[in-house]
Design a binder for this molecule. Structure first.
Ligand SMILES: [Zn+2]
Ligand SMILES: [Zn+2]
Length: 250
């Protein structure tokens, strides 16, 4: 992805920041600015560009909301906290956010990558953007299923475990925008494959549970699905989850 295309406005006031196949989303609502996921350390330049477009700086971000605690979603977390940004995560991912490499996927990553070489270029791009040096953050687990997050825009948290134990998606009910995180992606960095799917066993704690959590995403009825990796989908959440179920665990 060229430097000029590292960010785009995907819906009114919703900005996708895409660096090294990792997305985070800056959402501007009447009550403030919220960042959904903290990308990689190397996502900072693109974040700065979006903020400049809005006439803002990092200190103007009111809240950081994490879909989960993996290293590729907390990369700028420490920097943001040092600027006074309030962070939110589900209680079951508090430990992971503190130790963002401490998870046990279903399948060992190195062996998986050797048998799925399509995943090596995305992983290499992530590493070049600082993916191997992410430090964890201390964050209180105040996100709870079915309730609005105490952050600007007040999206509804949808607990979607499987990829991690505390993974959540976030729904803006009025606009039908769903921040899906890694509950449903359109690019799997571990295989390089595109299209709606759950993330590979190499990075998912429980693929059976991840497939069951697609039912939770369905209940959102979202029209715009914003994944943690890959392009946004405007096909409607039901089409995306159906495709992900067909592909299944991998
Ligand atoms: Zn993840
Ligand atoms: Zn991820």
């Amino acid at each position: 992805m060229s430097a000029a295309r590292r960010w785009s406005e995907v819906a009114a006031g919703v900005f996708r920041i895409a660096v090294a196949d990792v997305n985070c989303y800056l959402v501007q609502t009447t009550d403030g600015l919220t960042l959904y996921d903290a990308g990689l350390p190397g996502s900072r330049g693109a974040l700065t560009e979006v903020l400049a477009h809005l006439g803002a700086t990092v200190s103007d971000i009111d809240a950081l909301v994490l879909t989960h605690g993996h290293f590729d979603h907390v990369g700028m977390g420490r920097m943001l906290q040092s600027r006074g940004v309030d962070a939110h995560v589900h209680p079951r991912d508090v430990h992971l956010a503190r130790h963002p490499y401490s998870y046990r996927p279903e399948e060992a990553r190195v062996a998986y990558l050797l048998s799925h070489p399509g995943g090596i270029p995305p992983i290499t791009r992530m590493a070049l953007r600082g993916a191997l040096g992410v430090r964890g953050i201390e964050v209180a687990g105040r996100v709870s299923h079915g309730h609005p997050v105490d952050a600007p825009g007040r999206p509804i948290a949808l607990w979607t475990p499987g990829h991690t134990g505390g993974h959540c998606a976030f729904l803006f009910e009025e606009t039908g925008v769903l921040i899906a995180g890694d509950a449903l992606v359109t690019l799997d960095p571990y295989t390089g494959e595109r299209g709606p799917q759950i993330v590979a066993r190499a990075a998912t704690a429980d693929t059976a549970e991840a497939l069951r959590s697609l039912d939770v995403l369905d209940e959102s009825g979202a029209s715009l699905v914003l994944p943690g990796h890959g392009e946004p989908s405007r096909d409607g959440v039901h089409a995306d989850t159906a495709a992900a179920r067909r592909r299944g665990a991998h």
